[in-house]
Ligand binder design. Sequence first.
Ligand SMILES: [Zn+2]
Length: 108
Amino acid sequence: MPSYDPAKNNTVIIVGFPYRILVEPVVRNHLDEPIEGCFDPDKALISISKASTTDMMNETLLHEILHGVSDATQASLTEDQVYRISRALYASGVRPGVVFGKKDCKKD
Ligand SMILES: [Zn+2]
């Protein structure tokens, strides 16, 4: 399971590798469309669009972490599979455990 190292602020460890978590005003895909988050294995970076609640950002982060798990395990999950599994995990109470800074999100 991914783990959070509080000593390294906003870093999540996915299958042994640290990924930096960056909260941005808006994350955009390769078509310049606004998206909720992005997993970039080349940069070891997870970008999260700033949302109105930390819950929404945590749900997005869980989704991006699952992309990382899929990548690390060569499971080759499709976007739809990542979406469905991360939604089910979130609905089951699984949380990434990252504390987003106050400046990174509105109060929820
Ligand atoms: Zn995705």
